[in-house]
Design a binder for this molecule. Structure first.
Ligand SMILES: *[C@@H]1O[C@H](CO)[C@@H](O)[C@H](O)[C@H]1NC(C)=O
Length: 199
């Protein structure tokens, strides 16, 4: 391999790593509740809360729940507005397990915003060793029940998410950093390649 092409390929991989880092750090989105090892009582209303970047352009998302050791997602709620930053989930006879987690995603195009820490759902008769935060009476409550069924639609669908001007949202802001970073990488790579070819 000519020395020039080694430089070019090193440059390309470094550039890609930086581009991915830039994209990840620009998207700050954390599910605060359920916190790690939180124990949600069954047949009760439990609180979900999150914190996220103010200017990330994500005005809403879809909530799904999964279990590590099991196939299949449970579709909890579609079009959850990002503000206010909480939602109640009423559990009805959900199978007990200590390996649940929540996924916040835009299921239209599959962009994942955040995943929660691993938490437990207790058997109906059990009570948590430390009480989870109380449900928030001023935000909506969505109900999920029984065993997961992958063909079931979202248990709750909220109205379509609108932007501040009342139009359906487009998430250009969120997609643009990687496009910009990739174009920069490509331009850099092109110059490197021309240089290698002795132009
Ligand atoms: C998902 O993305 C689409 C297209 O960007 C947008 O119209 C929709 O509102 C988003 N969904 C939510 C729940 O925000």
């Amino acid at each position: 391999m000519r020395p020039g092409s080694t430089i070019v390929s090193t440059y390309s991989s470094a550039c890609l790593v930086l581009a991915l880092l830039a994209v990840n750090t620009s998207a700050y989105f954390i599910i605060d509740e359920p916190a790690l090892n939180r124990q949600w009582p069954n047949n009760a209303v439990n609180l979900v809360t999150w914190s996220k970047g103010v200017l990330d352009g994500v005005n809403g998302f879809d909530v799904e729940m999964a279990q590590m050791g099991q196939d299949g997602l449970r579709l909890v709620a579609r079009n959850v507005p990002s503000k206010p930053n909480s939602l109640n989930i009423m559990l009805q006879d959900i199978p007990a397990g200590d390996d649940y987690f929540l996924i916040f995603i835009n299921s239209t195009h599959g962009v994942m915003h955040s995943t929660s820490s691993r938490f437990s759902i207790l058997a109906a008769s059990a009570s948590p060793s430390s009480p989870p935060p109380a449900a928030n009476p001023s935000v909506p409550t969505v109900t999920i029940s029984g065993t997961p069924n992958p063909t079931q639609p979202f248990a709750t669908t909220f109205p379509a998410i609108l932007d501040n001007a009342g139009r359906p949202t487009v998430q250009l802001y969120k997609e643009s950093p990687i496009l910009i970073a990739m174009s920069m990488c490509f331009i850099g790579w092109l110059f490197g390649a021309l240089w290698t070819l002795g132009w």
